[in-house]
Write a protein that binds this ligand. Structure first.
Ligand SMILES: C[S@@+](CC[C@H](N)C(=O)[O-])C[C@H]1O[C@@H](n2cnc3c(N)ncnc32)[C@H](O)[C@@H]1O
Length: 294
């Protein structure tokens, strides 16, 4: 992917705000509908419940805009109970994630889009539950980010992809601009005109992209850092310069670095002081807000 899409005007840098604290409490302090784009990259389900952070889901219908009528019209709570019988570790994970998803949904503007970055162990359960939570008609895409790096098992197909599920607040009003998205090379450039080959093609829902290079400008050393190229496409397509972008699991701050460079204002949240230090060094122009103890 190129560092700037063809024809894209140079954007003035957007403001960045970093909040250190539990994302549920921080998210609850923001106004309804105040973000055009929310990107969530929660820690994957390792089988260890994050006890302190697990909350019981609120009763049906309490969060504005949440549908909770899902797969084949079945109630959300019922579906969740069914999935628990397959995998109770997933239930711990979902108990942590669900109230945060509900907050993210509340914070989305009417033309807003939610991206939830998952791995293959969670993606299918999460799809069924998010369809039930938000409404299946608000599901926009399943993005596959494919990479090819690291060791490979010989006992099955090596798993080398993540899944990003995309939901829009309103299917009739959401913002999506494919014109400004970084394009990619044609697989068979000889089959298209030289002009087309030069411009590249619009990406589909499968994105081949390297992991963060082990050396180079982008690397922060934060273990779960995502590549800027993947976030750039998300920010380019689903927000405009001047819009507000939120990342509740900010880690090394990739979303904020990309959004700010593209002229969007970013709000980043992480409860890990090391993540905040990495973000501060990566974005010296950011304002850091530390939640009061207790
Ligand atoms: C997978 S990492 C995100 C990586 C990020 N996308 C990047 O490119 O660097 C998940 C992050 O969520 C943070 N986190 C986990 N639970 C949290 C919570 N309850 N509140 C705030 N941050 C949390 C972790 O500290 C970790 O940095």
């Amino acid at each position: 992917m190129s560092s700037a899409a063809a024809g894209e005007p140079e954007a003035a840098r957007g403001a960045v705000e970093i909040h250190q604290g539990d994302n549920l409490a921080v998210a609850r302090s923001f106004d309804d509908g105040s973000f055009t784009l929310v990107y969530l990259d929660p820690p994957f389900n390792t089988g260890r419940a994050r006890e302190r952070a697990v909350e019981t889901a609120r009763p049906v219908g309490e969060e504005p805009g949440i549908v909770r009528r899902g797969f084949h019209g079945r109630e959300y709570e019922r579906l969740r109970g069914d999935l628990r019988t397959y995998d109770d570790r997933f239930d711990d994970y979902w108990g942590f994630l669900e109230p945060r998803l509900a907050e993210a949904w509340r914070l989305l503007a009417d033309d807003g889009t939610l991206y939830v970055h998952l791995d293959y162990r969670e993606a299918h359960y999460a799809k069924v539950l998010m369809d039930a939570l938000f409404g299946r008609e608000r599901f926009l895409n399943e993005l596959i980010w494919a990479y090819d790096f690291g060791g490979k098992t010989r006992r099955r197909w090596p798993t080398k992809h993540d899944t990003i599920l995309v939901y829009v607040k309103d299917p009739d009003r959401y913002w999506f601009d494919s014109e400004t998205v970084d394009r990619e090379p044609y697989m068979a450039p000889g089959l298209v005109t030289p002009e087309k080959a030069e411009r590249g093609k619009l990406p589909t829902d499968v994105w081949w992209h390297t992991i963060v290079p082990t050396t180079g400008r982008e690397k922060t050393g934060y273990p779960t850092q995502k590549p800027e190229g993947v976030l750039r496409r998300i920010v380019q397509a689903s927000s405009r310069p001047g819009d507000r972008v939120l990342d509740l699991f900010a880690g090394s701050g990739t979303t904020g670095a990309v959004a700010s460079a593209l002229g969007r204002d970013a709000v980043l949240v992480d409860d890990n002081p090391e993540a905040v230090e990495v973000m501060r060094a990566r974005m010296p122009h950011a304002r850091v807000v530390t939640a009061p103890a207790g």
